[in-house]
Design a protein around this ligand. Structure first.
Ligand SMILES: *Cc1c(COP(=O)(O)O)cnc(C)c1O
Length: 489
């Protein structure tokens, strides 16, 4: 990039400026004084607005107002440049030397090649459903897209009924309300999960009790669950519900867990926020618990930008969710309320996005599974790492590709995170278990292992970029960075 191609002076005419900005073809010029010292940036829009004040094309830039432009000094890293761009919502940044001369212009397009963990992947139908919502003025948390999205999703995962909500967290909250969780009640919950699985227990003033993971599934360990039930049976205080999470798209061994919960007659609330499109044996996830909760947050396998769904085969449960999510309004001509209600319904516009996304769910699952398989195949000769297992009865959507580093390996996980970060590759640790979180420090925790499995997974685990639109060259770039780190050719 030749800086000269962007420089323009107060004495230049508007016509010259227009020609130059066209030629430079990046929508940007830099106004400098006769000593080439930076004065301000000029965008296409700045020129347009200036012309609209009534000046002629042959007049000079003498009267163009001055503007405080954001600039960066020498010795700045690319990631700092990106941070400043993000903070100020700008696409370009001139870089000046100590005298004020422009030495470089950063354009976001050239430097923002960060590979993120999990990003939205929009299909071809979403905009049509949203457009119909606009055309028919269904701009509300009610409407045809909401009804259809519920029906289509219920059929996709073989449940009878569904209530579209504003988030997965809202679905878990209402699910617990409907299962009768009240102040001082006990709720069991998988410890290895995102905090949103457990926060709704606190919303209700109830007490979470966390259950460790099983090493073969990374999900709720049946032995630990049994241990917790036996303990609470002794003090005659059984939980009102068991929140079972399908971590990163994978299920626990549900046969074992269901047997225990049935024995104690306690319902399962299935947190399937991460596992839409996954299966336990031939059962789609979300359909396994008495209540299933789904999320359509921006980072999930399909998204409505933000949203969730509560599903069940029990019509009463789903009707109740619809009732509570619309302020618990009784069926009277006036506004009558007997219970606490919430404003948790999904918007008809967002449900349109969801209907489009649902059409490509199977492709998204296949893509994510391919991403996982590519990592696994390409890194299988590195002895120190192990991928998240998939038991024979499970078909995970591989929402995230996760691996662990052997504890006594000579390589450090922290260094791997550093190197990935340096290469603009976003990687994350595995969820920090709930029983280790400050907010839950008073909560009880049950494990059947000497050192909790979830602690080990947290200490050794790493989630790699897993988006369904992650390009093959990006995957191979990540793979090469990792292979290099482990000194593999
Ligand atoms: C994302 C997520 C949630 C919450 O869903 P939101 O739609 O973001 O409220 C709950 N549980 C788990 C396991 C999640 O990953």
């Amino acid at each position: 990039m030749k800086i000269d191609h962007f420089l323009i002076f107060r004495s230049s005419t508007i016509k010259e400026a227009l020609k130059l900005i066209e030629k430079a073809s990046r929508g940007l010029l830099i106004l400098v004084n006769k000593d080439n010292i930076f004065e301000r940036t000029i965008t296409d829009g700045d020129l347009r607005r200036f012309i609209l004040t009534g000046v002629s094309l042959s007049s000079t830039l003498e009267n163009l107002p001055s503007k405080k432009s954001i600039i960066v000094p020498l010795n700045i890293s690319i990631s700092e440049v990106l941070e400043i761009m993000n903070k100020h919502y700008i696409e370009h940044l001139p870089q000046l030397d100590s005298k004020g001369k422009v030495v470089n212009i950063f354009f976001r397009k050239d430097i923002d090649n960060k590979i993120l963990l999990s990003v939205p992947h929009i299909g071809e139908m979403e905009q049509d459903f949203v457009k119909t919502a606009f055309d028919t003025n269904w701009i509300a948390p009610i409407g045809p897209n909401v009804d259809e999205f519920e029906k289509e999703l219920a059929s996709e995962i073989s449940v009878n009924y569904a209530a579209a909500l504003s988030s997965g967290t809202a679905a878990i909250h209402l699910g617990l309300c409907i299962l009768g969780v009240k102040k001082n009640d006990i709720v069991f919950c998988s410890t290895l999960t995102f905090a949103a699985s457990a926060f709704p227990i606190l919303y209700l003033g109830a007490e979470p009790v966390f259950i460790d993971s099983d090493e073969h599934t990374w999900n709720m360990c049946p032995k630990s669950l049994l241990k917790a039930f036996e303990k609470f049976k002794l003090i005659k205080k059984l939980p009102k519900a068991v929140i079972v999470v399908n971590l990163y798209g994978q299920t626990p061994d549900y046969d074992a867990i269901i047997e225990i919960c049935n024995y104690y007659n306690v319902p399962i609330l299935e947190d399937a926020a991460e596992s839409l499109g996954s299966f336990y044996k031939d059962r789609p996830t979300g359909s396994i618990g008495k209540i299933g909760c789904l999320s359509f947050n921006g980072n999930k396998i399909i998204t409505t930008s933000g949203g969730g769904m509560l599903v069940s085969n029990d019509k009463k449960i789903v009707d109740k969710a619809k009732f509570l999510s619309t302020q618990a309004r009784e069926n009277f001509s006036y506004y009558e309320h007997k219970e606490i209600g919430y404003n948790y319904r999904m918007s008809n516009i967002l449900a349109g996005v969801g209907r489009g996304q649902l059409k490509v769910l199977k492709d998204r699952v296949n893509n994510r599974r391919q991403v996982f398989q590519n990592y696994k195949d390409s890194l299988s000769d590195i002895d120190e790492i192990n991928f998240m297992p998939e038991p024979s009865w499970s078909r995970s959507n591989r929402w995230l590709s996760v691996l662990t580093l052997d504890k006594n390996s000579k390589f450090s996980l922290e260094k791997l995170f550093d190197i990935l970060k340096e290469k603009c590759i976003e990687a994350r640790p595995i969820w920090k278990p709930m029983h280790l979180q400050p907010i839950f420090k008073k909560s009880k925790f049950f494990s059947s292992a000497q050192t909790p499995i979830s602690n080990k997974l947290f200490e050794t685990g790493i989630c790699l970029p897993s988006s369904s639109n992650l390009q093959l060259n990006q995957q191979n770039f990540i793979i090469n960075v990792i292979r290099n780190f482990f000194n593999k050719k």
